[in-house]
Design a protein around this ligand. Structure first.
Ligand SMILES: [Mg+2]
Length: 249
């Protein structure tokens, strides 16, 4: 059964929002994204209306997101849930293992074999971006799988949109959301999670387990979604109506 998202009481909800492809449009590279001018204000309004029960749940590292949104003061679950940052604190590692040097070297080699592949060294993982050479997608994915194979006891490859993420086994957005839902700020609230990609599915599962609502941006509409938006702008428009039209009586 799906929830009526237009009757949500924000005071009883907790929002978990993916960033790239969900709140903002995906760009040719992660550095080239454009931040809508009213995004930070919108998120702070949502944070106020939920008494702080708002977290960004992104594949980007906490450091990366804080540089991207320097004036934003909300909780961040970074690197697909490998770390959680609360404003004023240092990021907390949720179980990510250090990436072995040999693994990074093997991934580095792929950037030499394929022109246009970029290796991103995140604090707790690695991302291999191949948006520049979409026709080579499967060859690059195969090469990444091969490079990670010797380290398969601790690390896994997670597919994303034109990216292959290498991360510690057991880390996903779902476990970060589950962890945050134990926080007094979030506990007992109805979780609402918006995402756009394969890596968000683990979050969808946890949110459903908590009786919450699942929103997907882009892709095809699905029966298991509570709401589907075509674009990040549509999601922002809906959030904006949530915070302005449903002010407390
Ligand atoms: Mg995304």
């Amino acid at each position: 059964m799906t929830l009526d998202l237009d009757r949500l009481q924000l005071e009883r909800c907790a929002f978990f929002l993916d960033v790239d492809g969900t709140l903002i449009d995906i760009a040719a590279s992660p550095q080239e994204v454009v931040i809508p001018p009213d995004l930070v204000q919108l998120l702070h309004q949502l944070q106020n209306r939920t008494q702080g029960a708002l977290a960004l749940v992104s594949g980007r590292s906490v450091d990366d997101l804080r540089q991207l949104l320097p004036h934003l003061d909300v909780i961040i679950a970074g690197e697909h849930g490998a770390e959680i940052w609360r404003p004023g604190e240092t990021p907390q590692n949720l179980g990510a293992a250090p990436i072995p040097h040999e693994l990074t070297e093997a991934l580095e080699k792929i950037t030499h074999d394929f022109d246009g592949v970029v290796l991103e060294r995140k604090p707790r993982g690695r991302a291999i971006h191949f948006r520049a050479i979409p026709t080579q997608e499967y060859a690059v994915r195969d090469a990444v799988a091969l490079a990670v194979k010797p380290f398969a006891q601790r690390f896994e490859v997670v597919p994303g949109k034109m990216v292959a993420e290498v991360r510690t086994i057991g880390i996903d957005k779902g476990q970060a959301i589950a962890k945050l839902m134990q926080d007094p700020t979030f506990k007992g609230r109805l979780p609402v999670f918006a995402g756009d990609d394969v890596t968000d599915e683990a979050g969808f599962l946890i949110v459903r387990a908590h009786g919450g609502a699942v929103i997907r941006v882009g892709g095809a509409p699905r029966a298991d979604l509570d709401r589907h938006f075509e674009t990040p702008a549509e999601l922002r428009g809906w959030l904006s109506r949530c915070v302005t039209e449903r002010a407390p009586a």
